[in-house]
Design a protein around this ligand. Structure first.
Ligand code: GLU
Length: 478
């Protein structure tokens, strides 16, 4: 196999979207598996859609995911520039070659003329309207006249009449398109900017791209690109079109779908771990040769096998993402846990008077159940809000006789050295003196002390709430 060189080619129209991130990720895994190069090329020719900072944002979130390009606008090698708008003279040169070889021609039709003609075709019942080739058939005199008048023109490719474009897609196997279904399309717009299908071929060729792995929305572009490879007599790359990502209702993810967060920025902001996102996305359209679901980046690079890319749509399973993220959080060291969760905690609650040891204990108390960093805010509110009996369930527990008894016994025997072992011993003592055990014992103390019927480990909860608060809250039972 020749050297693997793949590219991720975002248009800088906004933040990194989950679909694009996945495309970048599979390209990256594929390149690294074969010791090849992963290139980032910025496709910024649709100028009106570019947003300021779009390119930076893409790079930033790829970096967050540890998907680092070997070549990019920031790290150029010898096949640059890596932004299409900096390559306009290159496209001009190749458009000229196609014109001279008769594979392309100038089209002077105005937007209004084109519109009117498409409308005529639609009215006549044509489903797939095509350019009517008026300018292909201009007489040499008419063409010369228009050129002399400096009329604006686009450059169109002259699509071969009876050609079959067949390619062996890495995911879909044999795919076939017929040229008769494709109208003469525009290579170069009147403003001298190339269209996507033209620029992409020139760049993929000059950048020595060996494989093009991209979303299935580009499948129908592939015959347009293949015809150019043929005209230039260049060897095309191997194409692979990733299947769609769908939501839990099996509908294509649309950017407006609010049931799923779709931008990497949103996940980062909520305290998802990049390693977990990487792991999750690798399973979105690819499966390993085992039942295993948790992988480091190095393991994924090693195990990646393009023949295991999925042929059917992949469902974005929110519960699975949450599960994976939780598994990664469980494995964090205290320091990493602090980095992830403490900023959320202290942004929402006043941490000034709290010592770090107390905060650490609080974070550790929730580490097992935390699905993402920001979740700590809701989980830990019991340590920050005023005492109140949360709901009817808790009220019923409060009113029960057993609670009255265990709460009083606890109050009467509270240890002055307020540590884990002493609190635990006191609970055992309460059990012995009241002969109330199990759920009635633990739930009684929990609700009396916290006002809530559910929560993390009871002994640690009491310890962190502190002697003074518990004394005060239980005094009503004294
Ligand atoms: N700029 C295109 C996009 O963002 C890239 C398509 C391709 O990979 O060829 O969809």
């Amino acid at each position: 196999m020749k050297r693997v060189r793949v590219r991720y080619a975002p248009s800088p129209t906004g933040h990194l979207h989950i679909g694009n991130a996945r495309t970048a990720l599979f390209n990256y895994l594929f390149a690294k598996h074969y010791d090849g190069d992963f290139i980032l090329r910025v496709e910024d020719t649709d100028v009106s859609r570019n947003v300021a900072g779009g390119e930076q944002s893409q790079l930033e979130y790829l970096k967050w995911l540890s998907i680092v390009p070997d070549e990019s606008p920031e790290n150029p090698k010898d096949v640059g520039p890596y932004r299409q708008m900096e390559r306009l003279d290159i496209y001009q040169k190749y458009a000229k070659q196609l014109l001279e070889a008769g594979h392309a021609y100038k089209c002077f039709c105005t937007e209004a003329e084109l519109e009117a003609d498409y409308q005529r075709q639609k009215d006549a019942g044509v489903a797939a309207t095509k350019y009517n080739r008026k300018c292909l058939y201009l007489s040499p005199e008419a063409r010369a006249e228009k050129e002399a008048a400096n009329l604006p023109f686009t450059i169109r490719v002259r699509v071969p009449d009876h050609e079959t474009y067949e390619f062996d897609d890495m995911i879909r196997d044999t795919v076939v398109f017929e040229s008769k279904d494709i109208g003469d399309w525009v290579l170069m717009k009147a403003n001298g900017i190339p269209t996507y299908n033209f620029a992409v071929v020139i760049d993929d060729h000059l950048m020595k791209i060996s494989h093009v792995l991209r979303g299935e929305e580009h499948l129908s572009n592939t015959p347009k690109q293949l015809m150019l490879y043929q005209m230039f007599k260049w060897e095309p790359p191997r194409f692979g079109h990733l299947t769609l990502i769908v939501n839990e209702e099996r509908k294509k993810l649309s950017k407006r779908d609010e049931s799923i967060m779709q931008f990497m920025s949103q996940y980062k902001e909520l305290g998802y771990l990049p390693e977990a996102m990487f792991n999750f996305m690798a399973l979105l359209g690819w499966s390993p040769d085992s039942e295993e679901e948790l992988f480091t980046q190095a393991e994924l690079i090693e195990q990646f096998d393009e023949t295991r890319l999925s042929k059917s749509p992949s469902m974005f399973d929110v519960a699975k993402l949450t599960w994976i993220n939780n598994r990664y959080i469980k494995n964090l060291s205290l320091e990493q846990l602090r980095d992830l969760a403490q900023p959320f905690l202290c942004e929402n609650y006043d941490c000034h008077k709290l010592d770090q040891e107390w905060i650490d204990d609080l974070l550790l108390l929730y580490q097992e159940q935390l699905s993402y960093g920001q979740q700590i805010v809701g989980l830990a509110d019991l340590f920050f809000k005023d005492y109140e009996i949360e709901n009817e369930e808790a009220q019923a527990v409060m009113a029960s006789e057993s609670t009255q008894r265990v709460a009083k016994a606890f109050y009467d025997n509270m240890p002055t050295t307020w540590d884990y072992d002493n609190i635990k011993a006191t609970i055992n003592l309460v059990r012995d003196v009241t002969a109330i055990k199990g759920k009635a014992l633990f739930m009684g103390i929990r609700v009396a002390a916290t006002g809530q019927s559910h929560g993390p480990d009871l002994v640690n909860t009491l310890k962190l709430l502190g002697y003074d608060k518990i004394k005060e809250r239980l005094s009503q039972f004294g």
